[in-house]
Design a protein around this ligand. Sequence first.
Ligand SMILES: NC(=O)c1ccc[n+]([C@@H]2O[C@H](COP(=O)([O-])OP(=O)(O)OC[C@H]3O[C@@H](n4cnc5c(N)ncnc54)[C@H](O)[C@@H]3O)[C@@H](O)[C@H]2O)c1
Length: 385
Amino acid sequence: MNDHFPILEETRPTMSTVRPPFRIGIIGTGGIAHAHADAIRDLHPRAEIVGVVDLDPDRAAQFAADFGVGAIHVTADELLARGDVDLVCICTPPETHAPLAAAAARSGIASLVEKPTALSLGELDELARAEAETGAPILTVFQHRFGPAARHLRSLAESGVLGRPLVATCETLWFRPDEYFAVPWRGRWEVEGGGPTMGHGIHQFDLMLAILGDWTDVTAFAARQLRPTDTEDVSLALVRFANGALATVVNSLVSPRETSRLRFDFEYASIEVEHLYGYTSADWTFTPAPGHEHLTAAWEHPNEAGATSGHRDQLAAILDAFEHGEAPGVGLAEARRTLEFAAATYASAFRSRIVSAGELIGDDPFVAGMSGGIVPWAPVKAVLA
Ligand SMILES: NC(=O)c1ccc[n+]([C@@H]2O[C@H](COP(=O)([O-])OP(=O)(O)OC[C@H]3O[C@@H](n4cnc5c(N)ncnc54)[C@H](O)[C@@H]3O)[C@@H](O)[C@H]2O)c1
C-alpha cells in the first residue's frame, strides 16, 4: 500500500468461518438470477442452491426445475426462516433490495445484493446499522472488480510500481430502446433509484473507484435525452480523487454503438480495457511510458482460460473469504462510496455546482433519494402509470 491509495476503514463483519457446502437461497428468479445460479452451479460442490422464491410462482417453479432446486418458497420470509441458509442472493428490482437485505440480516443470514445496494444513502445507512447490530455481512454485486485483470491492476496500483495515478476515463455507452422501459420498475426514481448512473454505468465507475480510491469532488450534468423515463438517460461527471488523479465518467443509454471503456494513465503506464458486459484478460492493454518498458512484465497475470469477469469470480471470492474467516467483498463501506458518488453526480447536476465527498448528510434531500426532489424535467412514467 502506498500513499496514493488509502484503504477504507474496514469495520465489516466477517461471519465466523463457514464450511462448504455453502447453502444459498435466491430471492427473485428473473433475468439476473440466472447469472447467480450459473455461478453457483459452476462452483458446485462448494455451493448449492437450497431454496428459491419469486412473487411469480410459475417463474420460480421454472427456475427451480432448470437448476434442480428442491424447495420453492412462497415468501422471502419463509425462505429466510428455513434455518439452513448461509447466504441469500437478492435478485429483485432495486426498491426491494434494502428491505430484503435488512430482513436477511435480522435472520442472521449474509446477503449478496444486486446493484444498486439501496435506493439512497439514507437506505444504505439503515443497512449499515442492521449489519452492525446483527453481524451478518451485506454485500453488493460489483462483479467487474473480481476479474483477474482488475484484481491484478488493483494490486499493482497499490504497490506503487505504476507511479502516481494521473488521469482516468470511464465510459458506459450503452443502448436501451424504449421497449426496455416497458417493465414497470425501470426508469422510475422511486423504484429503480435512477437511470444509467444507478443502474448501468455504476459497474464501471465502481471499478474505477476500486482502483483509484477515495474521490473528493464531483461536477456533473444529467439529462433525459430520448427515453420515456422519469430518470436521466445520460450523465457525465468530472471527478477529483484524494490522491490527485482526475477522471471523466460518462453513463449513457442512448449510444447505438455500445461499449464499456476504462482507461487509467499512471505516471509510468496506461492501462485500458474495452468490453461490453464483462471482460477477459485479452480485453486489457498495457502501454508503458518511455523508459519504463520493463514494467510490461509486471502486467503479466493468469488469464484463467479466458474466463469473462462475472458473478462466478465474485461469488468464488466471497466463499474463499467465508471459509477463511475474512471480510468478503464488496462490503457496505465500499458500496457506500460508490453510491455516494452516484448521489453526488445527481446533486451536482441538479444543483449546478461542485459536490464534495461527505457533503450529502443529514436532511439533505439527496440523502433521501437520488432525484433530490429537484429533477428539472417532468416525469412521464408516473403520469402513464
Ligand atoms: N450485476 C449485473 O450485471 C446486473 C445485470 C442485470 C440486472 N442487475 C440487477 O438485478 C436486479 C434484478 O434485475 P432483473 O433484470 O433480473 O429483473 P427481473 O424483473 O428480470 O427479475 C426480478 C424478479 O424479482 C421478482 N420479485 C420482485 N419483488 C420480489 C419480492 N419481494 N420477492 C420475491 N421476488 C420478487 C420478480 O417477480 C422478478 O421475477 C436489478 O437490481 C438489476 O439492476 C444486475
